[in-house]
Design a protein around this ligand. Structure first.
Ligand code: MG
Ligand code: MG
Length: 268
């Protein structure tokens, strides 16, 4: 990376991502821990407020307030023109749902995806929340999707490859009869929301970019009760399952270590 160019752009205009994998310094990791903690705290508040009768727009307001009162900014607001501070996707909506007037109903499966930027670094995390009383099949989908994320995190160690993560996620979810979304993937993250490498939720193992200590990536399995195929709604943001089946999504931003990866999007 060209140091002079970075310094120059930093003082004049927002930095521009020129591609490539970035290894974070300890100071940069500290900023990412702060960003990650703010995301985790915001998600904890959303879990408390996502009840039947609440709108997704209200959750967006609450998230924005929680992020800003901690000195950060909502990363997604205005990202490629995205209108919300968070993504809120319900039932067959997989990701990138736009918050608005939709009223949450008992039994809904709500996915919230939250990004926060502080000191120029970003945290990105998503959870699936059962609204009120959810069906047994929805509860099982949530459980398997969350566990598939942790299987992926367990595979994300120094020297492994992105394909090892995807393989672990896919094996876990597919062996339980679910469909994995392949058209959207996890990603490197740091100063920019989407950096290299891509982190697919499918194999094969042993392929893809090599993971190195202090690389930071977001792993984010999207798992459907039906098939993995997706469709884009006319708003050009909301991604839904092609077959209308329920979908779940979990995501953490992590830092690669020699051993177990460090989850950055957690309450410190
Ligand atoms: Mg996200
Ligand atoms: Mg992400």
């Amino acid at each position: 990376m060209n140091q002079n160019l970075q310094q120059k752009t930093a003082s004049n205009s927002p930095p521009v991502y020129n591609g490539g994998i970035t290894i974070k310094s300890e100071r940069e990791l500290q900023a990412m821990r702060r960003a990650g903690a703010i995301v985790a705290e915001t998600i904890a508040v959303l879990k408390q407020t996502a009840k039947p009768g609440t709108t997704t727009g209200r959750l967006d307001q609450i998230a924005s307030r929680e992020i800003r009162k901690r000195g950060a900014v909502p990363t997604f607001k205005g990202y490629r023109g995205f209108p919300g501070s968070i993504c809120a996707s319900v039932n067959e909506e997989i990701v990138h749902g736009i918050p608005g007037g939709r009223i949450l109903e008992d039994g809904d499966l709500l996915k919230v995806d939250v990004g926060a930027t502080i000191d120029s670094f970003i945290g990105d995390s998503a959870v699936t929340i059962g609204v009120g009383n959810i069906s047994e099949e929805a509860a099982e989908l949530i459980e398997v999707t969350e566990q598939s994320l942790y299987e992926g995190i367990a595979a994300a160690i120094d020297g492994a490859r992105t394909g090892d993560i995807g393989h672990a996620v896919e094996q876990y979810a597919v062996s339980r009869g679910y469909g994995i979304v392949t058209e959207y993937v996890g990603h490197g993250i740091g100063r920019f929301l989407h950096e290299d490498p891509q982190v697919p939720n499918y194999g094969p193992a042993g392929r893809g970019a090599k993971l190195k200590k202090n690389m930071t990536i977001a792993i984010e399995p999207m798992v459907n009760i039906g098939g993995g195929k997706t469709r884009l709604l006319p708003d050009l943001w909301t991604v839904v399952t092609a077959d209308g089946s329920l979908s779940a999504h979990f995501e953490h931003t992590i830092a690669i270590n020699k051993g177990k990866a460090e989850i950055l999007t957690k309450i410190q």
